[in-house]
Design a protein around this ligand. Sequence first.
Ligand code: DC
Length: 226
Amino acid sequence: MTVPVITVDGPSGVGKGTISHLLAQHFGFHFLDSGALYRLTALAALRRGVDLTDEGAVAAIATNLDVVFLHDSSGEVKILLENQDVSLDIRTEKAGNNASKVAVLPAVRAALLQRQRDFAEAPGLVADGRDMGTTVFSQASVKLFLTASAEVRAERRYKQLIEKGLDANLRGLIEEIEQRDERDRSRSTSPLRPADDAITLDTSNRSIEEVFAEALNHCEGIAPGH
Ligand code: DC
């Protein structure tokens, strides 16, 4: 059975997570945070002392990733890696950079492919990532690609990190974001880019409400009764 899938791709800090969650909530769809899988793979590798450039060893870790996404009644998601809560550990900038490093390895991407596709269950899925529309769900019903300037994204990241009680430095964040974008865009397998049939939304100077309203317009007719 094919279920409706909405893909939301784009670089870090464009508001993908927020917009994807709002869409999933609105339609009552499942939600895939594909970046979390890359973050978890890197974390699990480092914890085992595996070098992040060792493609075979990191891919084996990705294949055997023991991860549980626990949804509590308030809608919060706890992420358990080998039964240990790593929800905060995977959200640091360092974890994001490490994720981006393992994400360049084709065998790692291949190892995570089916795991991501398995999230597409009734009544539907919102998939957040970099290659959701181009590779993982290339037949998706609606493909959105969010963009924003590096400065705006760094400022948003800065606020998110401070709110979570994590350390942050704005200038450092801009540099890290630019480096990570470059790595994500230039890798040979599934680089960050909009699918040919994606709709690009610039979120730079717009509120979440405005972007969400536009995203919803593009999803018309995707689920009965919505
Ligand atoms: O969305 P995020 O910041 O959690 O993603 C972390 C890194 O993981 C990102 O810099 C690149 C990689 N990634 C990817 O290559 N493909 C995806 N679908 C999602 C994330």
